[in-house]
Design a protein around this ligand. Structure first.
Ligand SMILES: Cc1cc2nc3c(=O)[nH]c(=O)nc-3n(C[C@H](O)[C@H](O)[C@H](O)COP(=O)(O)OP(=O)(O)OC[C@H]3O[C@@H](n4cnc5c(N)ncnc54)[C@H](O)[C@@H]3O)c2cc1C
Ligand SMILES: CSCC(=O)[O-]
Length: 405
């Protein structure tokens, strides 16, 4: 007989909000849940709550197109994203939960001389940082990805591609569930459907707690990992951020037999594509070009993306699309995250991942936990300060962002 739902132990108890915690994390996405897990596992800090206004994983972590790679340009970025790829490698074993990490390879197409020069610059920079990334001729790219149209008469001719074999995809829901289950097992409270209304500060200016929909909760340390909602939350602490929030959309096709072995991305046509384990083509694009806290975007952007996909992969022209959705991505001026301390004592910040923070999840969560526990950034996230936007020490990764935003 089927086990009735009520007899199935929840993977994480629906905890009651206590009156006080050592650390509270705002945002039960992959970054927030992962930080809670590493706080407990690596720093022995378990009197922790992760609070979310909705259900855990319901933000960008559960809405993204799951691409993982570390082929960014700057040394600082390579260290951060490659730390994540290293942790992705053993994450299923660490969490005892299959996150379905698949190193199927990520290919970035070059359609013009500028693309060729930019990608070859990335490849040389990546080599200096020990990040695997190689140049493919059009013929080599097609050999790896047969549906690719490399005709010289194509609307977007393929002049070559940068290919990172260690890149790939993972099951985004499982990442949230795996971290939630492992964190809860170590004593972390996960509080869902409880919007944080404001960050409260004491007379000394340090954080004192949070006003939530379920009342006030005290905390000496508060870590905000709220993605597109970050600037609103941080504003209540008097911290203004250089963030803009945009809708970012994605869509899936009807499922078909395995036909698309890698992830293929194109900055120039603003589209990227992979095939899920269920057989759907997973297609993404750049952000809608207006700021918004809406998790929905406009149809014209989807039409533009599909037109580009049909040009680069003509065999997909008759595929039917099943559904589209969106999330709210928080974008910084240099397309790199803000990951560290803030000017407010006891307040920590992890945001600004824009269209590309899923790939960083384990690495970001790991160093964010270190920053919260030690009250000092880990060497890997030390450069990703809020202050860089005053000093001008930017880490400009717009070219590596892979989609227009
Ligand atoms: C369509 C789409 C495709 C993408 N594709 C990729 C990709 O292929 N590869 C990649 O690397 N990245 C991708 N991204 C980006 C990636 O999804 C995000 O950068 C990353 O998941 C952010 O994780 P997070 O945990 O910081 O945020 P989230 O998962 O969004 O979690 C933040 C949480 O904070 C909560 N929150 C917000 N405000 C409050 C409040 N006031 N009180 C309580 N809780 C609050 C939200 O409910 C949410 O659950 C994509 C994003 C989208 C939208
Ligand atoms: C949404 S773009 C995905 C990425 O940055 O690899």
């Amino acid at each position: 007989a089927l086990t009735s739902y009520k007899n199935v132990e929840p993977q994480w108890p629906d905890a009651e909000l206590k009156s006080e915690y050592d650390v509270i994390i705002v945002g039960a996405g992959g970054h927030g849940l992962g930080a809670a897990y590493y706080l407990a596992k690596e720093h022995g800090i378990t009197n922790v709550a992760v609070i979310d206004k909705g259900w855990l994983g319901g933000g960008n972590t559960g809405r993204n197109t799951t691409i993982i790679r570390s082929n960014y340009l700057y040394d600082e970025s390579a260290r951060l994203y490659d730390h994540a790829v290293d942790l992705w490698d053993g994450l299923s074993q660490d969490l005892n939960y299959n996150v379905m990490f698949s190193q199927r390879g990520v290919m970035m197409l070059a359609h013009n001389v500028h693309d060729v020069q930019s990608f070859k610059r990335h490849i040389h920079a990546n080599r200096l940082n020990g990040v695997d990334n190689v140049w493919l001729t059009p013929e080599q790219a097609k050999e790896k990805c047969p549906p690719l149209n490399i005709s010289p008469n194509a609307r977007y001719p393929v002049m070559g591609a940068a290919f990172q074999q260690r890149g790939g995809t993972a099951r985004h829901d499982a990442v949230a569930w795996g971290y939630a289950r492992a964190a809860a097992a170590r004593g972390v409270d996960i509080i869902q459907n409880c919007p944080v209304l404001s960050i409260e500060r004491g007379p000394d200016g340090a954080v004192s707690g949070l006003q939530t929909a379920r009342g006030f909760v005290k905390a000496k340390k508060i870590a905000v990992s709220a993605a597109g909602g970050t600037s609103v939350v941080m504003d209540t602490a008097g911290v203004r951020l250089p963030l803009e929030s945009y809708p970012l959309q994605a869509l899936v096709s009807e499922p078909v037999k395995p036909i698309f072995p890698q992830v293929v991305m194109s900055n120039t046509v603003h589209a990227y594509i992979s095939q899920s384990d269920k057989g759907e083509l997973v297609i993404g694009s750049g952000t809608d070009q207006y700021v918004s806290y809406s998790q929905r975007g406009g149809l014209p952007l989807i039409e533009h993306t599909l037109a580009a996909i049909c040009e680069v992969f003509p065999i997909f022209r008759r595929m039917r699309m099943l559904r589209k959705w969106g999330g709210v991505v928080d974008v910084t001026p240099d397309r790199s995250p803000i990951l560290g301390k803030t000017p407010v004592k006891g307040l920590y910040l992890n945001c600004g991942w824009g269209t590309g923070g899923f790939k960083a999840t384990p690495g970001s969560a790991h160093v964010f936990a270190h920053t919260i526990a030690q009250d000092e950034p880990h060497p890997i996230n030390a450069p990703f300060t809020l202050e860089r936007f005053e000093t001008g020490r930017l880490i400009d990764e717009a070219a590596a962002a892979a989609v227009a935003h």
